[in-house]
Design a protein. Structure first.
Length: 587
């Protein structure tokens, strides 16, 4: 291998897949865009053991250049394309799950595709292979799942084109999917993404050795066009920051390799290497077929149509995006989450911070970051016991049993876990940290990476009985907007905050001449604090009056001495923290 040319493709080759199995379906397959295949063969691999009641099956769907070889089967096996996520003790734990991965319809690694012999002509289909869609791919996978005797999948998951297949499974066969994990996906790809695929297909189809797609048997293959298509694809899989990190320091020092492609710059020799490696294991016609399937995937060109498509789903969801992915940008994942939220479907979401670009779902460091989210969604590790805190104890007492709760700034989800143990019917947490979202999900509670600075526009009116804002209002720029939205989404809001008029903090400022600091989220230095607000009890009560908000209950605490402030005391001076139960006056 050329030094420093590692990529998500580096360990993959065109060698025979030793553990691949084959399923033959002789009955015709009618395709969504017209045309019929007289029968199909599907290459697939399995990992783990199917349990007695066949309830532990997980289907993993691959991206454009993937295949059935998901992971190593043993130490002597070739590497798979998702070794970091799938295997014994990993996020998709094959010690307890039965994992299936099949090569997609139209592929070139054992499943019926353009290189397959056409039974009518006796020669490979080539350009006569019909246009297939993601729906067709899923329909063929459905035949395989039925053959294996699996009535309901514990989960379906995939990234990129695999995410499209996952979305299609959840909406096309809703009764057969318990959980869907959509990684770096979208309801439809952008026009810019289609444009890159168009150029890639043009590179293949204008190669003089393409022979209108009938190059099999000519001893000439459109290797140059396929390599160029892959090179272009690799550009879209990386981010600008990742390319700078990889190639900018030695940009004028290309690697020493034999190639007909330009290698004046280090990035050029890298792309040439990736393109030529790809040619050794992939078929040009399959590349055209599979990219067209992705480009044609469309859940609807309006929000209403996408809602209609998603409405049929009966699963719970995990959606993951990557901050530097400009091919499938996080905004597309957030849109999916917003649709699911609007429909009241259980969903967790996280945007993983990384410079890895679209390729992040295959990169070891990023898998380490989002793997715990997948593991939690699939029920591992075992749910942990929630930790108790004085603040959570107080809020817990204020929430009646059987109440639905949205916790804005839920931390590790301990309060929500306690409410779940008590039988709360609907719970959701909001956080921005991947680790905190994973910790909340480990309690079996949905958690969403959500920007509270925009309010809560995706949540319907009165969706929850209570919205909790404990040490949250001080960090947002528009307090009134978030509080207004909280009281729209929830019938009541519980607001917790540190009282900056407490005597200790007054003395810190007035006598010591120092910016006040309080334990907990207010313990930062003045120059590095994320807090924008430093309210007193009086400030908060005046805001409620201004907004027409009713304070149904107020509890003030002297935390140092572990007591509740009495009615005969000046709470604004004596209380260190406060909890207010609020509602709109019109209710």
């Amino acid at each position: 291998m050329v030094v420093d040319f590692e990529s998500t493709d580096s360990a993959r080759s065109g060698k025979p897949l030793r553990h691949a199995q084959s399923a033959v379906f002789p009955t015709p397959v009618k395709l969504r865009k017209g045309g019929t295949l007289p029968g199909v063969e599907v290459a697939y691999e399995t990992y783990g053991t199917l349990n007695e009641d066949r309830s532990n099956a997980v289907l993993i769907c691959h991206a454009i250049s993937g295949d059935s070889h998901l992971a190593r089967h043993d130490e002597h096996d070739e590497p798979g394309w998702w070794d970091g996520l799938v295997g014994p003790g990993k996020a998709v734990d094959t010690d307890r799950l039965f994992v299936i991965c099949s090569n997609v319809l139209g592929g070139c690694r054992g499943t019926t595709g353009p290189a397959t012999l056409n039974p009518v002509t006796g020669v490979p289909y080539g350009s006569d292979f019909p246009l297939v869609t993601v729906e067709d791919m899923v329909d063929v996978q459905k035949r395989l799942i039925d053959l294996l005797g699996i009535q309901r999948l514990r989960a379906v998951l995939g990234g990129s084109l695999g995410a499209h297949q996952t979305l299609c499974w959840a909406t096309r066969y809703p009764e057969q999917v318990q959980t869907s994990v959509v990684i770096a996906g979208s309801a439809r790809i952008t026009a810019q993404a289609i444009a890159f695929d168009v150029v890639g297909r043009n590179a293949i189809q204008t190669d003089p050795h393409f022979h209108s797609g009938q190059y099999y048997g000519t001893h000439e293959f459109p290797d140059t066009g396929l390599a160029l298509a892959r090179m272009l694809g690799h550009i879209t899989y990386l981010s600008s920051d990742a390319m700078t990190r990889k190639f900018d320091i030695d940009r004028h020092a290309p690697r020493d390799m034999v190639t007909d492609f330009e290698k004046r710059f280090s990035v050029g020799s890298y792309l040439a290497y990736q393109g030529e490696q790809f040619v050794g294991r992939f078929d040009a016609n399959s590349y055209v077929t599979v990219t067209l399937a992705m480009d044609n995937f469309d859940m609807g060109d309006t929000r209403e149509k996408r809602l209609d498509t998603l409405r049929s789903a009966e699963c719970d969801w995990l959606v993951i995006s990557f901050s530097s992915d400009w091919l499938f940008p996080p905004s597309q994942s957030r849109e999916l989450v917003a649709l699911m939220t609007t429909l009241g479907e259980p969903v967790s979401y996280c945007e993983v911070e990384t410079d890895g670009g679209h390729d992040s779902f295959l990169l070891p460091d990023d898998i380490e970051a989002f793997g715990p989210l997948v593991a939690a969604k699939l029920g591992a590790p075992e749910p942990k016991s929630p930790r108790k805190s004085a603040e959570d104890d107080r809020i817990f007492e204020l929430i009646p049993p059987d109440s639905s709760v949205l916790d804005l700034g839920c931390g590790e989800g301990d309060l929500l876990a306690r409410l779940k143990e008590r039988g709360a019917p609907l719970l959701c947490g909001v956080e921005v940290s991947t680790a905190l979202i994973a910790a909340t999900m480990q309690h079996g509670v949905e958690a969403i990476d959500y920007d509270l600075n925009v309010g809560l526009p995706e949540f319907d009116d009165n969706r929850f009985d209570y919205v909790v804002l404990s040490s949250t209002l001080q960090v947002v720029p528009n307090v009134e907007r978030l509080l207004e939205d909280a009281l729209r989404v929830g019938r009541r809001a519980i607001v917790g905050f540190t009282n900056f008029a407490h005597r200790t903090l007054r003395e810190m400022f007035g006598l010591e001449g120092r910016a006040p600091k309080a334990p907990g989220p207010y313990s930062h230095e003045w120059y590095n604090t994320p807090n924008r607000r430093f309210p007193s009890i009086r400030d908060m009560l005046e805001l409620c009056e201004k907004m027409g908000v009713t304070v149904e209950e107020a509890r003030y605490y002297d935390d140092t001495h572990g007591r509740v402030i009495g009615d005969d005391e000046d709470a604004n001076l004596a209380a260190e923290t406060a909890l207010l139960v609020l509602s709109k006056s019109s209710r």
